[in-house]
Write a protein that binds this ligand. Structure first.
Ligand code: MOS
Length: 760
């Protein structure tokens, strides 16, 4: 291939490096107002009265809106509409971040003052922060039970098989929040146009979700709401549904004032109001045969949804499917519950409900290996999936299963046997510094899966201009991950145009069809296929035209890089475009890719859960100072099967970032609430994330088991790059300290606490 799989300079790299890229906060419009959100500030209460009178008297305040000002529906939500845009008087406040009023002002200074002067009267209710307390249902947060959603897998005969198993490993796990920590906070601008339509500009993963919400709260048809994604400074799932709620606020104020409105969250308000990774607790009973084969998995898993459901029901599906890890398991009995509490709504975060359970099952693999006297790498290899095997939901894998190759790669790269000896020697020499090795193995379902098939299609529009330059618009978004470069590479490969002549535009909902969200590690596969389909149609037409013009069969025309060859003649792509244009040949096409259909029984959780899976393995070397608890991840060997690699640098970049974000989840990141439901960690001074100093040496070796429905055989990498990291890091820390850690994050304090419990 000419360009696919090669190291290519990022197409939007220099505009970012030179500071030319404009993010939400960089946009200005004539007569623009700034917007602020008055939040409840209490976690659970009945809202009695909102008093805006004294705030309204401030000079420079243009408008204050409450629930009475919403022209359409006053509720938000992706799966169920349980969240008010603005809490009504007489309604309920369910977490401190609930919005009660919106203010627009001529400038920032008066905005702050006005927000402070809005007074709310409320009757406090008992606050429920702990999931275990919420499950008791003594205090209900909504009209339903706090345990609002349930998903399950029922396969085989778990009770009987567990009884007959050689050993059963029973363990409890707990995992904490994780904040996305995107560099750019949430931000949306809304502009009312001459014809009364509204244009939304903002930082987001899914413009189509934003359109749906804005249209709903304003009561406008969807053709009157054009959502334009602007440069987005990181998202990681945190901008899947959340921008819809930010846009609803911004759009409402623009609609009411007929002036452009800019709403940019400060870091603290972003922390308090917007989604995080779900905290969880779980109980697992896993049976093993004497030779280390998993016989059965029984698990109960609880996810903390916070105050509103948002994406939780879909997150729970992914939790369910990944609960048994990347292994062959025939007997499965898993329950996943989504629980309301009076905290920030949990939502999408890279991995989408799977890191919690992958940590659990991988820790169990370590424990089983120890009890059975089997090496930790071996027990994973014994249970790993292969072509012809069935997953824990009974999905038969007929091709593209590189699981075992990833395991073999990390073993070889790390020189595993030698590494184990070196660590033993190091630990014998050092009394207070101990090293440990971690092993992990995971899989990841690419696409929205069986429950999301109605959304699982993507579009692309491709134009070849008369001078041969190309523009592409996909319904997917670039948020830093490199999608624009990947799309340009696919177009370049198919069309035969040089990559520097291809521009990838930002999506607009009025132009490109609803392509679903840019999530689920699906963009290379879905948008990539859509681009490929559109480019193929144009290329075929160009070939046909050339063959006719030169009087040769079409098979005599070959696509090169920057030119086509017709017989012995070399014709520049730009020249062909010009000829086609002046001969009225259509050089504009739409590509539309629809997910292969999945057959899944939702009631029993059995069947084809995702269109394909990626696989990954990691070995980690870490060091712990037993006197201070300080941990350091020294070196990481990681291997991913992503199908055919398209954008090599993009893949490597995802793995570097994911590895480090996974270290943060495993070791550092801890979100804390006080007992009244006020978040205490609302900025990076006390919410600790990894910095460049925490980045280990990362060694990568890829596996490319091609997937037949992927563009050139590609699967995906966005999320698995993170998910393989935390279990491996945790495993290394447990190995170093010789204590089994079952709670994330394993902070230095946690290490010292466990060492003290152990008495030494
Ligand atoms: Mo993602 S967590 O599928 O945006």
């Amino acid at each position: 291939m000419k360009i696919v799989g090669k190291k290519i300079r990022r197409v939007d790299g220099s505009e970012k490096a030179y500071g030319n890229s404009r993010y939400s906060a960089d946009y200005r419009f004539d007569r623009m107002l700034v917007c602020g959100v008055k939040r409840a500030g209490v976690a659970h209460a009945i809202l009695k009265k909102i008093d805006t009178a004294s705030a309204e008297r401030i000079d420079g305040i243009v408008k204050i809106a409450t629930y009475v000002d919403v022209p359409g529906e006053n509720n938000l939500g992706l799966v169920i509409d349980d969240m008010p845009l603005l809490v009504p008087e007489g309604g309920k406040i369910r977490y401190e971040g609930d919005a009660v009023a919106l203010v627009v002002a001529e400038d920032e200074d008066v905005l702050e003052e006005a927000l402070e002067k809005i007074e709310i009267d409320y009757e406090p209710l008992e606050v429920v922060l702990d999931m275990r307390k919420a499950i008791e249902d003594r205090v209900k947060i909504h009209d339903t039970s706090n345990v609002r959603f349930h998903r399950k897998i029922r396969r085989g005969n778990v009770e009987k098989v567990l009884k007959e198993s050689y050993i059963v490993v029973s363990m409890d796990f707990e995992t904490g929040y994780q904040e996305h920590a995107y560099l750019e906070t949430q931000g949306i601008l809304s502009v009312v146009e001459d014809d009364g339509s509204i244009t939304i500009y903002g930082s987001m993963q899914c413009p189509f979700y934003v359109r749906e919400h804005v249209s709903r709260i304003l009561g406008l048809p969807q053709n009157m709401v054009n959502v334009v994604q602007v440069e987005t400074g990181g998202a990681f799932g945190g901008k899947e549904d959340v921008p819809s709620y930010v846009a609803a606020k911004s759009a409402l104020m623009a609609y009411l004032t007929k002036r452009p409105v800019k709403l940019i969250y400060r870091r603290e308000e972003d922390f308090i109001e917007t989604s995080k990774r779900h905290p969880s607790f779980s109980h697992y009973d896993v049976g093993f045969s004497k030779d280390g084969k998993i016989t059965a998995v029984k698990a109960q898993i609880y996810l903390d949804m916070g105050a509103y459901a948002t994406l939780s029901p879909i997150v729970m599906y992914r939790t369910l499917i990944h609960s048994c890890g990347a292994y062959k398991v025939d007997n499965v009995h898993v329950d996943v519950y989504g629980v309301y509490t009076n905290k920030v709504p949990s939502g999408a975060f890279r991995g989408f409900g799977s890191p919690q359970v992958l940590f659990a099952i991988e820790t169990i693999m370590d424990e089983a290996a120890k009890r059975l006297g089997i090496d930790r790498w071996d027990i994973r290899y014994i249970n790993a999936l292969d072509v012809g095997d069935e997953t824990s939901t009974g999905q038969r894998l007929d091709h593209s299963v590189g699981a075992k190759k990833t395991l073999l790669n990390v073993k070889e790269m790390s020189n595993y046997e030698k590494l184990k000896k070196e660590v033993e020697e190091f630990n014998a020499r050092n009394k207070y510094k101990k090293r440990g090795i971690g092993v992990s193995h995971i899989f990841y379902g690419v696409s929205l899966g069986a429950g999301g098939q109605h959304l699982d299609a993507s579009g692309a529009e491709v134009h070849v201009h008369p001078d041969g330059s190309v523009t592409i618009m996909i319904g997917g978004t670039e948020m830093g991950q490199g999608a624009r470069t990947t799309m340009a590479m696919i177009a370049s490969e198919i069309l035969g145009q040089r990559i520097e002549k291809i521009r990838v535009l930002k999506p607009q909902t009025s132009i490109v069809q609803d392509s679903g969200p840019t999530v689920a590690s699906r963009t290379t596969l879905f948008s990539g296929n859509a681009v490929k389909i559109a480019c193929e149609k144009i290329r075929d037409r160009m070939v046909k035209y050339l063959a006719g013009r030169f009087g040769v069969p079409e098979s005599d025309v070959s696509i090169e890089y920057g030119y086509y060859r017709v017989g012995n003649e070399k014709i520049e792509f730009d020249e062909i475009a010009k000829m086609c244009d002046s001969s009225n040949v259509k050089l504009f096409e739409v590509g539309w890719f629809v997910s292969p259909k999945l057959n899944f029984d939702m009631e029993n959780g059995v069947g084809e859960a995702y269109i394909t899976y990626t696989y990954a393995s990691q070995i980690t070397l870490a060091e712990v100072d037993l006197l201070t608890g300080k941990e350091k991840v020294l070196e990481v060997w990681v291997s991913h099967d992503v199908g055919k690699i398209i954008n090599l640098d993009g893949v490597v970049g995802q793995i570097h970032g994911g590895t480090v974000q996974g270290i943060g989840y495993a070791l550092y990141e801890k979100l804390v609430y006080d007992e009244d439901g006020k978040m205490l960690t609302t900025n990076f001074n006390n919410y600790t994330i990894p910095t460049i100093k925490d980045v280990p040496r990362i060694h990568i070796k890829m596996v490319e088991e091609e997937y037949k429905e992927g563009p050139f055989g590609a699967k995906g990498i966005g999320e698995p790059s993170l998910m393989v990291s935390p279990p491996s890091v945790a495993s290394a820390i447990s190995d170093a300290v010789k204590v089994r850690f079952t709670r994330l994050p394993i902070t230095p304090e946690e290490v010292i606490l466990k060492l003290t419990e152990r008495g030494g």
